[in-house]
Design a protein around this ligand. Structure first.
Ligand SMILES: [Zn+2]
Length: 65
């Protein structure tokens, strides 16, 4: 699957491939709540390159191309 952010097609910075699997990971830093940094516990979108498995992280959700 191809994705884009702000109308910019996403390319793998490692191998220049343009197809990814999308998944989500929680940005779960211990102690973040203690310091009141609630955004640190948000989910981040990740795109895993289908060729080389490089992981790109996004705070905003990439849209399908
Ligand atoms: Zn790649």
């Amino acid at each position: 699957m191809r994705y884009k952010v702000n109308n910019t097609p996403i390319l793998c910075p490692c191998c220049r491939n343009d197809t990814f699997d999308k998944d989500y990971r929680q940005l779960n830093s211990r102690g973040a709540t203690f310091f009141g940094i609630d955004w640190a516990n948000r989910n981040a979108a990740i795109l895993v390159c289908t060729r080389c498995s490089y992981i790109s992280w996004f705070m905003s959700d990439p849209s399908r191309d």
